[in-house]
Design a binder for this molecule. Structure first.
Ligand code: IVH
Length: 753
């Protein structure tokens, strides 16, 4: 029995050490917070009961660390403490009782209740009102110096107070808070990723952490992080008596504070309010993983002191788990319209945050390998808000040894074509364009709302039409005739009539919608809009793609034979070789703008030691490619990977046939002539941002009707930025580039409205 306990303590310590490393060092946790908290608490309890077995290196004896080698170290002026956890009402009552026992009898406690932000802790120091340093929590004693990066975060004031009426700045003020992504900024970031053809970020907290720990602060500046400040770590020249005063003081100094914090005169009141918080959780602009309850009177909190690394006067009240562990029974593979394979975990059903979950996303096989998820593993599942539940990772400690590694399949499960992983791609694909599953998904997408919007063509109808060989690709839809349809089961006259008339109506969808419906990887309605703003017709787009493809083939044909055979150990030469093999994504975008190509290319290729004639040839070939790429690659908001997808799609023989058939059937493939009724804005380029009195599309049409042009991104070429309510970073970019900013009213005034 005693041996049992000893080995349980040792085992828990080992597991926790591993998870601390995954979380704090690698920024890549494999279990959820609640699972970790549970293990941590089990260990604390066991150690409390059997102190003789507690190990000196137990994780309960020290504070976790997020230190990494890239930053200078900063000593914190006082320990950056952590918080003990409470999981239910009983835990909270127990906490209060213990505190009351430590205080003079008859004491009564008031509390401040505030959300527990799911971001990463930051410590910012001000001297005489000026931000002089910002550091991560690190191990609680020293942290990483991330001053340059924090200075890019707009909600972290560089100087306090903002409002002189708030009084003089304190001689010294060290505050503590949390850095995070607002939910909408995180979504926006992922939209941008998608527009660049890059994979989405999964976890907002990890992404915030990664963003703050960039070596180059310009990278941090690109991310829309927010800093909330909730505590004072150290100060000189101010006297405050309560948590409530701290929050008010921080606010007066110009910090972003938790506006929803509330002051409760008793624990009962706090518990009552906590329930309301949980209900509002999804409506908050940021992710929270619980609430923080703090004793309001600072003198009482001081008297209570610290237990280990947690102040006794504050506690985290964690929400019930939205994470749970269960067994991974198997994997099912989905094939999408682009051929992309997506593994889905089939789980032993588990109840998480109010619903039973029996399958969860595994994202992709790279992720499965990186997390070392195996069939039969106990895995932790997270469910948050409306997002599809996903697998966070395996519980390594629960392995029995009979779990089996998961490999991508070699054959498509639907058509048995050999699957491929294109160069540089994360995902695996079924390359067979007539794979029945791909066709089914492509058609489902093609007829959906926002695409061709064909009513009466649900999945069952599509399946029946494929089954009867009435359609084999998108274009076949437009050749459907009444007679064979009437022969199908359940297709009465009226139904056929309706279907045919909605197909007829679909032929006239706007060019943008037609382009969206093609299902080109990464080309949703936004990118389709960018394309139709720049290409007048499908034929133009196709011609550009073909030109690029030809120029690329010529480049490869002419330049690859010039390359010297790389010495096995020469990684520089190998890197260049790789670049030259992918000139459209790796070279053309780099040299598209700016000074003369020749000398710059010469510098790049120096390690290859090419003779002058060869260099001239490479430069000429690249110039040709750049000229071909220009119409597509200079579209703002469209990255080289997306451009690659578009070129590949339009130069594919099968796709070309489908387009031809659609064209012959009379599907609209031209941009609408923009009706220009006025000329007030001729030659001017506008960027719209923020919420306006009418939908963005309407304002855009208004600008265009007056001869102006609307583009997506701000550059030096932009004539005006029109800013509505809560405009985004575009306004800042406009200020930086000296682009004048108009309100909607000012725009309307320009038009004489
Ligand atoms: S107070 C000495 N308030 O949660 C007490 N912490 O799990 C200092 N956190 O390490 C912490 N929101 O990084 C406090 N409103 C809030 C918080 C908060 C998030 C973090 C903090 C802490 C961790 C504990």
């Amino acid at each position: 029995m005693t041996n049992d306990i000893r080995s349980r303590i040792a085992n828990l310590s080992d597991q926790l050490h591993f998870h601390i490393y995954r979380y704090h060092v690698l920024n890549d946790p494999v279990i959820g917070d609640s699972e970790y908290d549970r293990m941590f608490r089990d260990l604390q309890d066991l150690e409390a009961e059997h102190p003789q077995y507690a190990r000196a290196d137990s994780p309960t004896q020290r504070v976790g660390s997020d230190l990494s080698g890239d930053f200078a170290k900063v000593a914190h002026p006082a320990p950056i403490l952590s918080l003990a956890n409470a999981f239910d009402e009983a835990d909270l009552r127990h906490w209060e009782e213990r505190n009351l026992r430590l205080l003079p009898s008859g004491s009564r406690l008031r509390y401040v209740l505030q959300p527990k932000l799911d971001g990463l802790a930051i410590v910012i120091s001000y001297e005489n009102g000026e931000l002089i340093r910002a550091a991560t929590r690190g191990n609680g004693v020293t942290g990483d110096d991330v001053t340059a990066n924090v200075k890019t975060i707009r909600s972290a004031p560089l100087r306090i107070p903002l409002d002189p009426a708030a009084g003089p700045a304190p001689a010294r003020l060290v505050v503590r808070g949390e850095i995070l992504f607002h939910k909408d900024s995180f979504l926006e970031l992922n939209r941008e990723q998608a527009a660049q053809g890059l994979p989405a970020y999964v976890n907002a907290r990890n992404t915030a952490s990664g963003s703050l720990k960039q070596k180059d602060s310009r990278e941090t500046a690109k991310r829309k992080l927010t800093a909330y400040i909730y505590d004072i770590v150290d100060s000189q020249g101010i006297e405050l008596e309560s948590e409530w005063q701290i929050l008010r003081y921080l606010k007066s100094m110009g910090f972003k504070v938790l506006a929803d914090a509330s002051r409760c005169s008793s624990l009962d009141e706090a518990i009552e309010q906590a329930a309301a918080w949980e209900a509002r959780r999804d409506d908050l602009p940021f992710e929270i993983d619980g609430l923080v309850l703090k004793v309001d009177e600072l003198s009482a909190a001081r008297e209570l002191g610290v237990a280990g690394k947690d102040p006794r006067g504050a506690i985290a009240f964690k929400f019930p788990a939205e994470e749970a562990a269960t067994t991974l029974l198997g994997i099912t593979i989905g094939v999408g319209r682009t051929g992309k394979l997506t593994p889905t975990a089939q789980l032993e059903p588990v109840f998480i945050g109010g619903v039973t979950v029996s399958s969860a996303s595994l994202h992709n096989y790279d992720q499965v390998a990186a997390l070392d998820i195996r069939q039969g593993d106990r895995v932790v599942i997270k469910r948050s808000g409306d997002v599809i539940p996903y697998v966070i990772g395996p519980v390594i400690g629960a392995r029995k040894g009979d779990e089996t590694p998961i490999q991508p399949p070699q054959l498509c499960p639907f058509c048995v074509a050999e699957v491929v992983q294109p160069d540089g791609a994360i995902d695996w694909y079924c390359p067979n364009q007539i794979c029945p599953e791909r066709i089914m998904r492509a058609l489902e997408f093609f007829v959906s709302r926002g695409a061709m919007d064909i009513e009466g063509m649900g999945p069952q109808t599509i399946a029946a039409l494929i089954e009867e060989r009435l359609i084999q690709d998108e274009a076949d839809i437009f050749a459907l005739q009444a007679e064979p349809l009437l022969a199908l089961e359940g297709f009465a006259e009226k139904k056929v009539e309706n279907l045919l008339s909605s197909i007829e109506a679909a032929k006239a969808r706007p060019f943008e919608q037609v382009l969206t419906s093609l299902g080109i990887d990464g080309v949703g309605s936004t990118v389709a809009g960018l394309l139709t703003d720049n290409f007048a017709s499908m034929a133009d787009l196709q011609a550009t793609a073909e030109l690029i493809s030809k120029a690329e083939a010529s480049f490869l044909r002419n330049t690859l034979p010039l390359l010297p055979a790389a010495a096995a150990d020469d990684s520089d030469v190998e890197k260049l070789r790789q670049r030259l093999r992918h000139p459209t994504t790796e070279l053309a975008p780099r040299y598209m703008q700016g000074a003369e190509l020749g000398p710059r290319l010469e510098r790049l290729l120096r390690p290859l030691q090419l003779p002058v004639e060869s260099l001239t040839l490479v430069a000429a070939q690249l110039q040709q490619l750049i000229d071909a790429c220009r119409p597509l690659h200079t579209i703002e908001g469209l990255g080289p990977i997306l451009a690659r997808n578009i070129v590949d799609w339009f130069t594919d023989a099968h796709n070309q046939t489908v387009l031809k058939k659609m064209q012959a059937a009379g599907v609209n493939m031209k941009a609408e002539e923009k009706k220009v009724s006025g000329t007030a804005l001729t030659g001017q380029t506008f960027v719209l941002t923020g919420t306006m009195s009418a939908p963005r599309g309407e304002i855009k049409a208004l600008v265009e009707a007056n001869g102006g042009k609307v583009t997506g991104g701000v550059s030096k070429k932009t004539s005006f930025v029109v800013a509505g309510d809560s405009p985004g970073s575009k306004v800042e970019k406009a200020e930086k580039n000296g682009v004048p900013i108009l309100s909607e009213d000012e725009l309307r005034a320009l038009l004489g409205e």
